[in-house]
Design a protein around this ligand. Structure first.
Ligand SMILES: [Zn+2]
Ligand SMILES: [Zn+2]
Length: 309
């Protein structure tokens, strides 16, 4: 395709190719809408959100190095795709502070503050004092990510437990919903959530990849389950089976960017607009339209995090 006298000229063979490509795309889009033939791995066509629909990326790490070269464009691209709200998540004091700054700088960006279990070893009284201050800042809508990670054990379990407990109490005091990170620590995590609860502002089990029994227990606590891009991975059939059975009014969607990009971006930097692929996969699993999943999960996120509709 070239530009001559201000008019685009398309060589004949390219034009016919364009038509064939457009037809092929339409076929892919149609199969996307046909939930029975849809399989998350079968297409690379970017799902498009119908006009008027919105999506909320409830868990992204916008402060991380991967985004810094073009952060404004990362947010703008998400907005163009209908991802109108992004919650950027703290993992330590510095990233929590940055989350608050990013929320102040960007429309549609909200913050969560907290100390990740990996960083539990760094949490002394001074960290807690500053965390309490940050938690009261404007546009802070959640407390997290906090929890327990027995898969990596970057901080000793004996260090993780008291830091988690103290943050559960702080979140309650600040009246913020909890954003829970639980990896291979279900028993302790659930026990502490039961012991220290109830939590009047509720919470979410982020990056949920557990089985239906775990899902049931999280739902019993009154928490939401946030589905990551993992649901599109070829080997995630058991997660897809679990997601099929979950109530739509308790589901959230997240990227956990820059990690865990859904298919077809797997292995690359995950950007907030990639959440469309996760949404399309969940829609297909529930046999509903992308618009319906977008609307329901956005309403859930707005409710939990008290975001403007
Ligand atoms: Zn996490
Ligand atoms: Zn995270």
């Amino acid at each position: 395709m070239g530009l001559r006298n201000g008019i685009f000229t398309v060589p004949k063979q390219n034009l016919s190719f364009t038509i064939i490509a457009a037809t092929a795309t339409r076929r892919i889009v149609t199969s996307f809408e046909n939930i029975h033939s849809f399989h998350p791995m079968n297409t690379t066509a970017p799902p498009a959100l119908p006009p008027g629909c919105r999506l909320v990326d409830t868990h992204c790490h916008l402060d991380m190095a991967e985004y810094q070269a073009d952060l404004a464009e990362v947010i703008a691209a998400a907005n163009r795709c209908g991802v109108t709200k992004i919650i950027t998540i703290g993992i330590d004091l510095a990233s929590s502070r940055r989350a608050v700054e990013l929320a102040a700088e960007h429309e549609g960006v909200y913050a969560a503050v907290g100390i990740h279990p990996h960083d539990a070893g760094t949490a002394d009284d001074e960290v807690f004092r500053q965390l309490r201050e940050l938690g009261a800042a404007p546009k802070v809508v959640g407390f997290g990510e906090i929890g327990l990670d027995y898969a990596k054990n970057y901080s000793a379990q004996e260090a993780q437990l008291p830091v988690f407990i103290r943050q559960l109490e702080l979140a309650k005091e600040l009246r913020l919903p909890l954003i829970i990170h639980d990896r291979d620590a279900h028993e302790d995590c659930l026990r502490l959530l039961r012991e220290k609860g109830p939590f009047p502002c509720g919470g979410v089990m982020h990056c949920f990849t557990g089985d239906s029994e775990l899902a049931e227990q999280v739902l019993e606590l009154g928490f939401y389950l946030s589905i990551p891009g993992i649901v599109t991975f070829p080997k995630a059939e058991s997660l897809r089976e679990v997601v099929r059975g979950l109530p739509l009014d308790r589901l959230l969607l997240e990227t956990d960017g820059p990690f865990l990009a859904p298919v077809p971006f797997r292995g690359r930097c995950c950007r907030p607009e990639h959440i469309l692929h996760t949404a399309a996969a969940v829609a297909a699993l529930h046999g509903v339209s992308l618009a319906e999943i977008a609307d329901q999960t956005s309403r859930n996120a707005e409710k939990l995090f008290a975001l403007p509709a």
